[in-house]
Design a protein. Structure first.
Lengths: 242, 290
């Protein structure tokens, strides 16, 4: 044999070079495909970004660690489609920073949750899961009834816009008022929310009380939006395949 | 380093030494175990085969598809369609317009009930309870008292479009009577609370307020059955609660219960199947869920 290893070991610079080559192959294989991510992940035409209220709900979802028990990704397996609906596409979470796909399922997957339950059910379930699902092991989140802090929403939208989420100037400027208006269907700003984010956005008093904007409003608005941001997965499922 | 003459073999293990010498201590140059080398070589070989057969290398905007042409999404959808096709044999019979007639087909019903129970557990049990026993704000389905109707076709309509969920839903609105004086509301609440007992005073002022304001939806004397989603207030079945305190809440704030719409999420046949299952729940008082 060439005794390559034997000789390389004695040549320290040679060894350093060989280690760099070997390690960079691993790095290259993982990193290089990301250079073309914009072309390989097709962002659906009808994908809308989260409204400020939903975005606030998403932050709370992350803060409370809901992702530790709930995935948001229907895997491309027949049984999953049967139970949850169309499998998740990468493009669906193109505007999510960070994405919340997850793989740990202590509770069910939530990717297709929007519209499955009523707002009232979500409120009762979050305040006391056992009141509606007696055998549930999900923790209770009664403190979500406190007022929502909207102070950072403007900056959050601006930051996401820099990351490529299509929030325009008007959306960023109105972040705070839109968050409030989405939970007050009878208020002046309510229509502006649907004009900015599309007619399918739910504008309701999510926690049942239009007077105060609470964290509950935000979380429920977010949960009701899951799987409703684009129709693309349904189109892909209906496609004719070979 | 050249030639075999400089090799120095360790007498105990028979391996070469590296030739380094630290105060008489030498390092062995133990070769890598052959088995590991072979496994490594096989693994490399396998990866080359996999590159050829399966989707593997990115090529800018595309990727190499592999000779087998496999695609996980297509496989999943095909598998899903196979599952659906297996059920089609009996499930598509539930697309029939006259679903009530299917109830008589005991063989078919027995075959379909396990699937119906699974659908109910996945989609309905969170609100209506695993055996249809309901809860505050979520009606009991296993008792034979209906907000709308126990006819399977009507139940299917409720499941398909929901109640107060979207533009196509059934509408059920219990208005808020906060324009009434607090005293009137309290009196009325007391009256409504006694209705199920059957000894309500029909000549009382509260009874008069009731006929004037409530009977249009809840029926004369609160017997319900007008098909507007307003429950009978004279039977033992309750939605939110019929004690005076809860009725007062209902009167002050109104009620607007939401039952989600399932068209789109469930197929037409699945909705019909569930309607028959719900009818069965009511008939057997929840026994079929056990």
């Amino acid at each position: 044999m060439l005794r390559l290893h034997y000789n390389l070991e004695k040549l320290s610079m040679g060894l350093v070079g060989a280690i760099i080559v070997a390690a960079s192959i691993g790095g290259l294989v993982e990193i290089a495909p990301l250079f073309t991510i914009d072309e390989t992940v097709a962002v659906p035409d009808d994908l809308r970004p989260h409204t400020p209220l939903e975005l606030a709900g998403r932050e709370i979802y992350i803060r409370e660690g809901c992702y530790a028990c709930h995935s948001q990704m229907v895997r491309s397996l027949a049984d999953e489609i049967d139970r949850y609906g169309p499998y998740s596409l990468a493009g669906e979470s193109a505007y999510d920073h960070p994405m919340l796909w997850g793989s740990k399922r202590t509770g069910p997957d939530l990717a297709r949750l929007g519209g499955k339950y009523s707002d009232l059910w979500h409120v009762e379930h979050l305040v006391d899961p056992r009141s509606v699902v007696p055998a549930s092991i999900m923790p209770a989140y009664p403190w979500l009834a406190r007022p929502l802090d909207t102070g950072l929403l403007h900056d959050k939208l601006a930051t996401l816009a820099r990351l490529g989420v299509p929030y325009d100037e008007a959306m960023i400027a109105a972040a705070k008022t839109d968050a409030l208006a989405q939970s007050r269907p009878d208020s002046d700003g309510a229509e502006a929310v649907t004009v900015r984010y599309g007619g399918k956005v739910a504008v309701r008093a999510f926690d049942g009380d239009p007077e105060t904007l609470t964290e509950m409003d935000a979380v429920v608005a977010y949960l009701q939006s899951l799987g409703t941001l684009t129709e693309a997965p349904y189109r892909v499922l209906a496609e004719d395949r070979p | 380093m050249s030639g075999t003459d400089t090799r120095e073999v360790d007498p105990v293990t028979g391996h070469d030494t590296t030739g380094h010498n630290w105060n008489g201590i030498k390092e062995l140059n133990t070769p890598f175990p052959k088995l590991v080398i072979w496994i490594l070589a096989l693994a490399f070989l396998y990866s080359v085969v996999a590159w050829i057969l399966l989707p593997a290398w990115p090529t800018g905007r595309d990727y190499t598809r592999g000779l087998l042409g496999l695609d996980q999404g297509t496989e999943a959808v095909t598998g899903f369609r196979e599952i659906a096709a297996e059920r089609q044999g009996w499930l598509d019979r539930f697309e029939a317009p006259d679903i009530a007639a299917l109830q008589a087909d005991t063989g078919l019903m027995r075959q379909a009930m396990p699937a119906a129970r699974r659908l109910f557990d996945d989609n309905c049990a969170a609100c209506h309870g695993t055996s249809g026993q309901g809860g505050p704000g979520f009606p009991v389905l296993a008792d034979g008292y209906w907000l709308w109707s126990g006819d399977p076709a009507e139940i299917a309509l409720t499941i398909r479009h929901g109640i107060n969920a979207n533009e196509e839903s059934r509408i059920a609105e219990m208005p808020a009577f906060n324009w009434m004086s607090a005293a009137e509301r309290a009196e009325l609440a007391g009256y409504v609370a006694t209705l199920p007992k059957g000894d309500a005073d029909s000549d009382s002022p509260a009874a008069a307020i009731f006929s004037e304001n409530c009977a249009a939806c809840h029926g004369d004397g609160g017997t319900g059955g007008l098909g507007v989603g307003a429950p009978s207030l004279t039977d033992v079945s309750v939605l939110y609660g019929q004690d005076a305190a809860t009725v007062l809440q209902t009167l002050t704030h109104g009620r607007h219960g939401v039952m989600p719409a399932w068209a789109g999420r469930l197929s037409e046949a699945e909705i019909n199947l569930l309607a028959l299952y719900v009818a069965d729940l009511a008939e057997t008082k929840g026994e079929v869920a056990k």
